[in-house]
Design a binder for this molecule. Structure first.
Ligand SMILES: N[C@@H](CCC(=O)N[C@@H](CS)C(=O)NCC(=O)O)C(=O)O
Length: 253
């Protein structure tokens, strides 16, 4: 009997989507990807899941929305290798870290990177439209210039106080990770878990990565390089890059 098809409806590069790409790779799950452009994605995603956020995973005939719910379904489907710690207390700790970072760090690092994107529209067009034709990318770039004010507002960039707040949230998360990893390699217990995956993936917008799913779309704007430089000397950025390097397997596709 052939395995039922798993389909990830995704944005390229996006950090919440990378949580799920990472979990699929970690579990060795062969899958298909339906890559959508932010904006035009809404109809497809709403029809599938009744809301508009990616990632959405089609698994066993169900459409599951939200990175944490998807990882939970994958953990049940393929318990080993485990992303959840075996110990009950550690598991709760790891899940709490995931919930907290999904709620505050993920939106904060997205706002930080969008402060650059809104002034460098060719870059998000290249990044999200990497699988589209040159013509489609050109049209998308044009659409982005028309929707720029809405894009800036939706991503929290128009309010300078919010941008400042997002930097503070990110700084606090980095400090917290630095404290946790001062004496231990992983955020929870003795092995890699969903907590490390979440922290590293949600920090990805503020660091330069070489993983094929997250590699920057050349040419990289100087403003983006400058933003990465501002964060790059924080020890947890080194930690997060190490987590990507050592625990993100090649995709099973
Ligand atoms: N809590 C959600 C957040 C997902 C999210 O923010 N997705 C963004 C991309 S990073 C998105 O699809 N935004 C477009 C939209 O919501 O319409 C998760 O964990 O999956």
């Amino acid at each position: 009997m052939t395995e039922p098809t798993i389909i990830l409806h995704q944005f390229r590069a996006s950090h919440f989507n990378d949580k799920v790409r990472w979990a699929l790779a970690f579990k060795g799950l062969v899958h298909q990807r339906n890559t959508l452009l932010p904006g035009p994605h809404q109809g497809t995603i709403r029809k599938l899941s009744g809301q508009t956020s990616t990632p959405v995973l089609e698994l066993d005939g169900r459409a599951i929305a939200g990175s944490a719910a998807i990882i939970d379904a994958l953990e049940q489907r393929v318990p080993s290798p485990a992303l959840y710690p075996a110990d009950t207390k550690e598991r709760q700790d790891a899940l709490d870290i995931q919930s907290r970072f999904d709620r505050d760090l993920g939106p904060a690092t997205r706002t930080i990177v969008f402060t650059v994107f809104v002034n460098e529209l060719g870059y998000p067009a290249r990044t999200f439209g990497g699988e589209a034709s040159a013509v489609q990318r050109g049209v998308y770039r044009l659409v982005l210039s028309l929707v720029k004010p809405m894009m800036a507002k939706t991503n929290g960039v128009t309010d300078p106080e919010n941008v400042k707040h997002c930097s503070v949230i990110t700084q606090q998360a980095l400090d917290w990770i630095a404290e946790r990893t001062a004496q231990q390699k992983f955020l929870v217990g003795e092995s890699f878990s969903v907590a490390d995956l979440t922290a590293a993936a949600l920090l990805s917008p503020i660091m330069q990565l070489e993983h094929p799913d997250m590699r920057p779309a050349a040419p990289v704007p100087a403003a983006l390089e400058a933003m990465w430089s501002e964060w790059k000397n924080h020890p947890p950025i080194h930690w997060a890059k190490g987590i990507y390097r050592d625990h993100r397997p090649a995709d099973a596709r």
